[in-house]
Design a protein around this ligand. Structure first.
Ligand code: LLP
Length: 431
């Protein structure tokens, strides 16, 4: 398991943020999400610095869907980032965290009337308008409330990138955004004249997630900048802001070779300047929306090892006290992870085992066939890089309670989300 951030080995024990996993288990029990605050803050700072947030007014909007407790909203605000929300629930979380509403981008391909009203009333900075339906609702609601709303149009630019490959197609087959290749976007732009309460200030696209290459982004830059020029020439609208979405890849296992935040940001900015110069337009304000690349490596999950089953000649199953309820990604996307035994971290990996969860589901496997130290029931198993889309996608399947989240920093631990109790499971039930 690659040591990330503040992870440190001392006398065969793994420490994160200066706190041993043993101590964390004693204090908070398992399963437990551990949040390496220095690592996450450092990622934010790298983005702010290399995306030239202070120098050139570019913006980094953290994609809250990756992990959004109130604590995280506050951290994001302290670090000078904007926030991308995709639902009334995420927006309300930001509101509870007193996140500045003007720094919020409101996404979603099917915002409800209530969500749109909430966004307008709270004063979110930008609606990322996804379709005609939303455009009409938003106009009507803004008119009723006497508000003018700044928006971006979400565009489906015909680039789809996933991890190791990307395709450039007409890509009409997406539920998101105004499609570029079939003229949908131009229809929407024409309609704008009828909407007096909506101001189009930017365009947005998101080309995928867990992407390692920069080329798809550079192609995206080209398309978007040309669009800025075209929209000015054909519709006389000044597009001042261009949002390139998120998706920057991270390390989960040795197969993953992500770019540094610095390299990634520099490549985008350089390409933007080059294209703008070539087509003779002013460089717009750039926005990116990283989620995973801010929090993934900052999160680890610690479990206690329970039952073990050895099937001779086939495999050994090692079951932990969590599973697909706290990390759905292996079952949902066949996502790979690395693990170790935190209380034997210095020892050799002599055995091959499969780490399984405790759900009544054969597919509840966290890691298949991994090499591990000599493992016994009661050991502390750690899976690294679970910080993105782990807690945010957690469920109560089998009425398993959600783990607590603890932030660790400078030798201290701090509870940021309590463990769900059995009683919490009935909060919504009317009995
Ligand atoms: N912006 C938009 C419009 C998005 O749709 C997304 C992710 C992001 C930003 C952030 O992407 P990131 O930097 O985190 O890759 N549950 C999946 C990931 C789904 C991502 C959906 N959209 C997973 O666990 O891999």
């Amino acid at each position: 398991m690659k040591l990330q951030g503040t992870m440190l080995v001392k006398e065969n024990e793994l420490y994160i943020g200066g706190v041993s996993c043993k101590e964390l288990r004693e204090k908070y029990q398992t399963p437990l999400y551990v949040f390496d605050e220095d690592l996450v803050r450092n990622n934010c700072r790298e983005y702010v610095k290399h995306f030239r947030v202070n120098k050139e007014n570019n913006r980094v909007a953290y994609a809250g869907k990756a992990f959004l407790p109130i604590y995280m909203c506050k951290l994001i605000n302290e670090e000078g980032l904007c926030l991308d929300v995709v639902s009334g629930g995420e927006l309300y979380t930001a509101y509870k965290a007193q996140f500045p509403m003007e720094k919020i981008l409101f996404h979603g391909n099917n915002k409800t009337i209530e969500e749109i009203k909430m966004g307008v009333e709270l004063g979110v900075g930008r609606f990322v308008v996804d379709n005609y339906y939303e455009l009409e609702l938003l106009e009507k609601i803004c008119e009723e409330k006497g508000e003018k709303q700044a928006v971006y149009f979400r565009i489906t630019p015909g680039i789809e990138a996933h991890t190791h490959e990307y395709i450039k197609t007409g890509q009409i087959d997406s539920k998101f955004g105004f499609t570029l290749s079939n003229g949908e976007l131009y229809n929407a732009l024409e309609k704008l004249n009828n909407y007096k309460n909506i101001e189009l200030v930017g365009i947005h696209a998101h080309i995928g997630s867990q992407i390692f290459e920069v080329e798809p982004y550079l192609d995206e830059v080209k398309i978007m900048m040309n669009l800025v020029k075209e929209i000015k020439e054909s519709y006389n609208i000044d597009i001042k802001e261009v949002d390139l979405g998120g998706g920057m890849g991270v390390y989960y296992t040795e197969e993953d070779k992500p770019k540094t935040i610095k390299k990634f940001c520099e490549a985008i900015i350089e390409k933007t300047e080059e294209v703008c110069k070539k087509i003779d337009i002013k460089v717009p304000i750039l926005i990116i929306e990283p989620g995973r690349s801010i929090v993934a490596n900052g999160g680890s999950t610690i479990y206690t090892v329970g039952a073990m089953k050895h099937i001779k000649g086939i495999r050994t199953y090692v079951s932990v006290d969590g599973g697909m309820t706290d990390n759905i990604r292996p079952s949902l996307y066949q996502a790979g992870y690395e693990c170790a035994i935190a209380n034997k971290i210095g020892e050799k990996r002599k055995n091959q085992v499969t780490i399984s969860g405790k759900c009544c589901e054969s597919g509840d496997i966290l890691i298949t066939d991994t090499n591990i130290m000599d493992i016994k029931s009661g050991d502390i198993l750690i899976i690294s890089s679970t910080g993105a889309y782990g807690y945010s996608m957690a469920s109560n399947y089998n009425k398993i309670t959600k783990p607590a989240v603890v932030s660790v920093q400078n030798g201290k631990s701090k509870l940021i989300c309590k463990r769900q109790s059995y009683e919490d499971l009935f909060k919504l039930e009317v009995v």
